[in-house]
Every structure is written in structure tokens, then in C-alpha cells.
Design a protein. Structure first.
Length: 328
């Protein structure tokens, strides 16, 4: 019987921060379970007619911040013959990312388990999909209209403004009705009304309790949240923006939110996700490359990657019991 094979589509592995990289944690767990492991970027996958192909690099992974990988060789493969493909490419979520999901969807049709499901990735924009759960979110506007943005800030007084397609706190602004810069912020983030922009009511609890990251596997939450508390003088609860971290058990409100969103995540094939919660409100649903595994594992002793790969194994067994969708 041939070895199991897993590929991660991600940004270059040589550029990651290994001590906190969730994709590396997944590679290490896959390797531990006997998978041959491969990596590649969007440029390394394509469609040859209906056949999804990849030029992937086989590697060995190490839990060592000074030496976390070794490349073995590069191979051309039919992506449909892989057991598992982890789509872990960081945003921006642009049209090239969308095109890549068409390649991965063909791999899924030919029998590979793709995490997260390509259609789910296309449907669940990390900012916009929160509106599927209106009872869970703060007041939110998604618009290109500068007039609508001005109306929103007039009602809510202090707000957060952010682009639809970035991550890590990039180009996220906090502004208020008395701030003379709020109009130029709207113009800048929306490119003068040419780009949809997200506006949310500012939640003051961000300063004390932080932006809470909760990870869910197949719609079931890890029972601890990773609070990212903004650095002094900053409003962004993002580790990339210098936020400090603190781990606490989920609150009743957070359990309630997870219970509300879990069935939808499972239905859409979003097997590994992260949600951001501030003051009891969900502000984002992370589906492209959720992070926080290593910080939560270190603080709680829970092996999140073991739980994730137990779930992946279950899905692979289900695929093995049923034939792939016929490909013409």
C-alpha cells in the first residue's frame, strides 16, 4: 500500500516564523502520522484540461526554530491522487486566489480531501460572511458608498474601518465622528468608492479584554480563546501588530456563538476555522489560514493538531467509502 500524501499550499515555508506557525504545526503532525508531505504556492498548481496538476516540493519538517525544514525533491503530481490538500495561502483574497480554488475543486472532485473546501473558501469571505449570523455581530456596514459610510459614523460615533481582503491588522483604522480624518480614511480604504469596505461599530472592550481568537474543528470549538490585547497606543488586536496574548476558557457568550455558527461551518466544508470575538461580538470568520494553534497548545496542553488530524482522518475514511464524483 502506497504512503499517504499531504500537500500544503502556502506562502514560502522559508519565510515563516516557525515558533508560531500553524501550517508548520500541521506539517509536523502529518509527518508524525506517516504522511509524505509536500508544499507549494499558487504558481505551482494548474489545470491541464480537467486534470489538476501540481509541481510540489517534498520536504521533511522539524520542530526547530533554527532548522524547520529540508527540501527533498520536486515532483509533478495529479493533485487528485493526494490524500489531503491543506489550502493555507495567506490573504489577500484576490481573483488569483479565487482562480486557485477552481484547481483545488477539481482535485476534490477526483478524490482528494481539500481543507477548507474550495467552494467554502469562495463563499465565506472573512469579513462579509459574519453577516450570516446577525445575532452574533456588532453593527456592520459593507459598502463602496462614501455617503453610506458617513451615515454609519453619524449613527455609531466611533467605528473601525477595514479593507475586505487583507489580514493581520493591515490598513485597519479606528476613527470617530469628531475625528477630522474620518473622511480621508473612508476615501483611502475604499479607493474613493471603488472598493467595498467594512465598517463596524467600535467595541471598547478591545482595550482590556482584547480580540479573542477561537479555533473550531468541524464546527466544534477548542474550549479556550487566545486574547490578543493591543499594544499601548494601538487599537489592533493582532499578533502581527504587536498585540500581547492571554489565554482563557470560553465564556458562555462565546460558547453560544460557536453553537450558532458550527452547523453552517460543517455544512460548507469549513473544517478548520478561526473566529475573532471582541466584547461578545464576532467580528471576523477566518477560513483561509487561521492561526493560533501553537500559542493555544503551549498555554493549554491541548493538542489541537491531533484533534484536527483525527477529524481529517475521519473525512478521508468517508471519501474512501464513496466513489469520487464522476469526471467527464
Amino acid at each position: 500500500m502506497s504512503n499517504k500524501k499531504l500537500a500544503v499550499i502556502m506562502d514560502p515555508i522559508q519565510n515563516i516564523q516557525p515558533h508560531k506557525d500553524s501550517s508548520l504545526a500541521m506539517l509536523l503532525e502529518a509527518q508524525k502520522r506517516g504522511y509524505e508531505i509536500y508544499c507549494g504556492d499558487l504558481a505551482d498548481i494548474w489545470l491541464d484540461g480537467p486534470v489538476p496538476r501540481g509541481r510540489l516540493t517534498k520536504l521533511k519538517a522539524f520542530d526547530d526554530s533554527a532548522h524547520w525544514f529540508e527540501f527533498v525533491d520536486t515532483v509533478d503530481v495529479d493533485l487528485g491522487e493526494l490524500d489531503v490538500i491543506l489550502m493555507r495561502k495567506d490573504p489577500p483574497f484576490d481573483i488569483q486566489y479565487v482562480f486557485s480554488t477552481y484547481v483545488l475543486e477539481q482535485a476534490e472532485r477526483r478524490g482528494a480531501l481539500v481543507v477548507n473546501r474550495p467552494q467554502g473558501l469562495r463563499d465565506a469571505n472573512e469579513k462579509a460572511s459574519t453577516v450570516w449570523f446577525p445575532d452574533c455581530i456588532p453593527a456592520t456596514l459593507i459598502s463602496r458608498s462614501l455617503d453610506e459610510m458617513r451615515k454609519f459614523i453619524a449613527v455609531h460615533k466611533r467605528i473601525v474601518v477595514k479593507p475586505m481582503d487583507l489580514m493581520g491588522g493591515r490598513s485597519v483604522f479606528s476613527t470617530g465622528i469628531e475625528d477630522g480624518n474620518h473622511n480621508v480614511i473612508f476615501e483611502t480604504v475604499s479607493d474613493y468608492g471603488r472598493k467595498y469596505t467594512v465598517l463596524q461599530q467600535y467595541i471598547p472592550e478591545i482595550a482590556e479584554s482584547g480580540d479573542r481568537r477561537i479555533l473550531l474543528i468541524d464546527g466544534e470549538p477548542i474550549p479556550f480563546g487566545l486574547a490578543r490585547i493591543p499594544a499601548p497606543g494601538d487599537h489592533r488586536g493582532n499578533m502581527d501588530a504587536g498585540a500581547r496574548v492571554k489565554v482563557n476558557p470560553l465564556t458562555d457568550r462565546e460558547w453560544s456563538i460557536c453553537k450558532q455558527i458550527g452547523p453552517t461551518l460543517r455544512e460548507r466544508g469549513l473544517l478548520f476555522t478561526g473566529i475573532d470575538i471582541i466584547g461578545g461580538y464576532m467580528t471576523e470568520l477566518n477560513v483561509t489560514s487561521p492561526t493560533g494553534i501553537r500559542e493555544l497548545e503551549k498555554a493549554t496542553g491541548i493538542s489541537i493538531v491531533e484533534k484536527l488530524f483525527d477529524s481529517i482522518s475521519g473525512h478521508c475514511e468517508s471519501i474512501a467509502k464513496t466513489s469520487a464524483i464522476p469526471v467527464s
